[in-house]
Design a protein. Structure first.
Length: 296
């Protein structure tokens, strides 16, 4: 409980794991007034929005539960959030601590802001809350620093995205959309096919590559897409070299492409375990929780 409390209540620790806040700082405490704080978040490169908040209170109860609430507002007109409130609840259980959060806010920008909030911002903000909470869990349960879980997520997403683009582009553009002459020639020379058969083989290979691109995205937490890619790329490189060695001397040749794809597959493979996930935390409590407007 004390570790969780410190990680969520101390600004320097809170800002390490919470994607929603890039910077949090307490203002000097004035006797008889709530603890105020300032926060800032970078929403796009070179665009940082700032706001102010205050703690509504902290309660420690006889049953061991704790509660912390806050209100916040952003005078910055670039922020879609005008004002809001929320709370954290800390409930001890037999096998750990049940950590609950609930918040709501009022969007600005009129009807346009309401539509953007409902369709885009609120779902993204909710995912950021869940993903950040899982980073917190990994930090406290397994000792994985939030910076490491962030970097691992970036590395995995970059590797998966890069692989998917390679598979999809190579399948769609030079094979399904237009059967590339070099591709047709490779199939014709390696298998002794006629022109029509070689074109069919090229398009069949394109379909397989598109399927691998989709599978890479859909099964990014599983091993098999990356194991297949890491094994297939050197094999495809060897077969291309046997069919036509001149392809190895051309610009953008299979040596650079296939080996780079194999390297991305290995990066994706070794970074897939221990990733923070926005799907791990429950997005809604299975039992009744206090409303934000009716805090205990």
């Amino acid at each position: 409980m004390e570790a969780l409390w410190a990680a969520t209540q101390e600004p320097d620790r809170h800002q390490r794991w919470d994607l929603r806040f890039g910077h949090i700082a307490y203002e000097p405490l004035v006797e008889g007034e709530p603890q105020r704080f300032t926060y800032a978040t970078t929403v796009a490169p070179g665009v940082t929005v700032a706001g102010t908040g205050e703690s509504l209170g902290e309660r420690s109860r006889a049953d061991g539960t704790r509660w912390s609430g806050l209100r916040f507002w952003a005078p910055d007109r670039r922020s879609i959030i005008e004002a809001g409130a929320g709370y954290w609840r800390y409930v001890p259980t037999e096998d750990g601590i049940r950590f609950l959060t609930r918040y709501d806010y009022r969007p600005r920008w009129g009807p346009l802001g309401e539509v953007l909030d409902r369709r885009l911002f609120r779902p993204v903000f909710g995912w950021a809350t869940a993903w950040s909470s899982d980073r917190l869990r990994l930090w406290l349960e397994y000792g994985m620093p939030p910076e490491r879980s962030r970097d691992q997520a970036v590395a995995h997403a970059s590797a998966v995205g890069g692989l998917a683009v390679i598979w999809l582009y190579q399948g769609l553009v030079p094979k399904l959309w237009k059967a590339d002459a070099v591709e047709v020639a490779l199939w014709r020379s390696s298998l002794g096919l006629g022109d029509r058969g070689a074109r069919r083989a090229v398009r069949l290979a394109g379909g397989v590559e598109v399927a691998m691109g989709v599978a890479t995205l859909a099964a990014s937490r599983q091993r098999w897409p990356f194991v297949i890619t890491a094994a297939a790329m050197p094999a495809l490189l060897a077969s291309a070299a046997v069919a036509d060695r001149q392809t190895l001397r051309r610009a953008f040749n299979p040596v650079s492409l296939n080996l780079a794809a194999a390297a991305l597959a290995l990066v994706a493979l070794v970074t897939r375990e221990g990733l923070a996930s926005g799907r791990t935390p429950l997005r809604s409590a299975p039992d009744h929780q206090p409303d934000v407007g009716a805090l205990p």
